[in-house]
Ligand binder design. Sequence first.
Ligand code: SF4
Length: 439
Amino acid sequence: MNERDSEQVAQMLIARGHTITAEAEGADVVLLNTCSVRDLAEQKALGKMGMLRALSRNRPVIYGFLGCMAQSRGAALLREVPHLDLIVGTQKFHRVADYVDQAIERKWAARRDDIRFSVVDVEEEQDSQSTIRDHLLGDKQVTAFVSIMQGCNMHCTFCIVPYTRGHERSRPPAEIVKEVRALVARGVKEVTLLGQIVNLYGRHEFPSFDGKSPFVQLLDALQQTDGLERIRFTSPHPIGFRNDLIESFARLPKLVEHIHLPLQSGSNRVLKAMHRTYTAEKYISLVDRIRAVTPDVAITTDIIVGFPGESEQDYAKTRELVDRVGFDNAFVFKYSKRKGTPASQMEGQLPDSVKEERNQDLLELVNRWAKRRNEIFLGKTIEILCEGASKTNSDRLVGRTRGNKIVVFEGAREHTGNLLNVRIHRCTGYTLYGEPVSR
Ligand code: SF4
């Protein structure tokens, strides 16, 4: 979501005649879009902004923090980082280009930092969910993110998102369909629909119809888009993952076989304390129902270890559930206290050593499953969408399967942007390696 928001800001700046520099040293404007999900992310952003101050030694430079940390800390950031010119929250990305231009005018004239002139805008904005809609596509780019809603009303006790992103607001379906059609006209073949609880899209704004939720109705509409090959979405909440959505995977050929389904914990006691509103049994039953309809589906997840009060028995239940489901992959996080959230005030905060031990132990299990799930593809031919040169080895190409597995292979650059079949001959837990075969 942050990548998508940054893309919107960059697109608006470029439309005003700015250009993007490859190196920070060449920049007159430095904007850091920040994440608040864990404390480490905030510390990194603060450290980086501190280091970047050196750029302004010989010339005026505009500095800005955007996004979640800007939203949650607001003007207080000026005390920590006095060279900041802009602090722009999560509902105001569309105003950044205006603020940059104002700051440039003022700073070039005054040639000095003065926090009295810094812009702090973290107010709510009506319809901000509809302002993330412009795209900055690279050469032969075939995948794009599409933001369909903002905010979240679920109030999981560990999560800062409801405080940084506000309450749920969804875009009208017709606007989204128009945006996707425009992307396809520019060469995009795969879209990923974004929302904090994406499957609950539109629940406050639009009615269900014919037994289908607003989200499933949107998927139906996108299925009709000629030229679009693949539809993904992230991240759904297990609550609200109902039969209409499960059946869509069998019904809609463009909807790919990958679901990122956040679990967070396998212990009912911890799930309750997290306010996740489902049980481990319900989660497993959901996975079973999904697999009954779509046997080849890849399921990935998010898990937090070391939540306040998590006992050895609670952790053992998470481990057991991970082994029962056999995830294709998982993001495992050590619980990180977020100021203002209910969990940060709970008793039973665990020492980092315990969190680290559980983190390592669970990662080892997750990695074992990831390898096992990838080995299924050895010797098989699968369809991939080629995204271009591999970042680690420009002589190779990289693409993704419908199940979101990364495939690295040797082949001609002309494959970029195409669907093609690749025979897999080697794998790790993260990557499949293969060679193209004729389609
Ligand atoms: S559903 Fe996701 S975004 Fe919403 S509060 Fe829970 S963890 Fe945060």
